[in-house]
Design a binder for this molecule. Structure first.
Ligand code: SAH
Length: 218
């Protein structure tokens, strides 16, 4: 795929739109200005890549709306030294945003087909430093824990305990929590080994966080 002047112009507009919608972190905006989001969609949908909407990808999943990606990244207060777990790799776009913010990224996906496709795409795009994992993100990643930050990009009915346990003290979990239609964006900060502070950042709508894995053998 190519990244041409037209694509770059469309990205400029998208970033202006994100700014208008209230994203203030300039680092996030500059990262999103740089990443060719159309690489994550089929060629036929290239123009859709720079609209501020979610879009269907494989396995009945979606690439999150750019505003949502920017907002979740903002809430995570990413520092260059952070070790971050993303639950819900999907297209890999959000993982790249976090990596471009300077973080060490681990990302876990339960759909085998997406895991395979996206792992390949990340390497093709030069992001072999992003560690892709296949498994149930509900359980986090005991192997690579603890994390400074955990970002869940699917809607959860409740907060998975394993994710709280896998946070460092002072670490943060950003997770949409609610039913299948609408979720509240919640940020939980771990203040002590069993003490948490929770903040609410309004309504969003994600595909559901499901349990177990899916090999694609129906
Ligand atoms: N961050 C993605 C958004 C993907 S949508 C992007 O930037 O494109 C949410 C993803 O979460 C889907 O791919 C879905 O398969 C995945 N998912 C849902 N439940 C999961 C779980 N328990 N563990 C890991 N991934 C999960």
């Amino acid at each position: 795929m190519k990244d041409n002047y037209r694509n770059k112009g469309q990205r400029q507009k998208l970033v202006s739109e994100l700014r208008r919608k209230g994203i203030v972190d300039e680092k996030i905006l500059s990262v999103m200005l740089k990443i060719p989001r159309h690489f994550f969609l089929d060629k036929a949908f290239e123009d859709w890549a720079y609209k501020d909407t979610a879009f269907p990808i494989d396995a009945d999943q979606t690439i999150s709306q750019p505003y949502t990606v920017a907002r979740q990244t903002e809430l995570l207060e990413v520092k260059a030294s952070d070790k971050i777990l993303e639950v819900g790799t999907g297209s890999g776009y959000q993982a790249i945003v976090l990596a471009e913010m300077g973080a060490k990224v681990y990302t876990i996906e339960r759909q085998k087909k997406l895991f395979d496709q996206t792992s390949k795409r990340l390497v093709q795009m030069g992001y072999e430093r992003i560690r892709t994992l296949y498994g149930d993100g509900y359980k986090g990643s005991p192997r690579f824990a603890p994390f400074d930050k955990i970002l869940v990009t699917a809607g959860a009915r409740e907060i998975p305990k394993a994710l709280l346990h896998q946070l460092k003290i002072g670490g943060m979990l950003v997770i949409p929590v609610g039913d299948e239609n609408v979720q509240k964006m919640v940020r939980i900060t771990k203040t002590r080994s069993d003490d948490y502070v929770s903040e609410d950042f309004g309504d969003f709508s994600f595909v559901p966080l499901l349990r177990g894995t899916n090999h694609g053998i129906v």
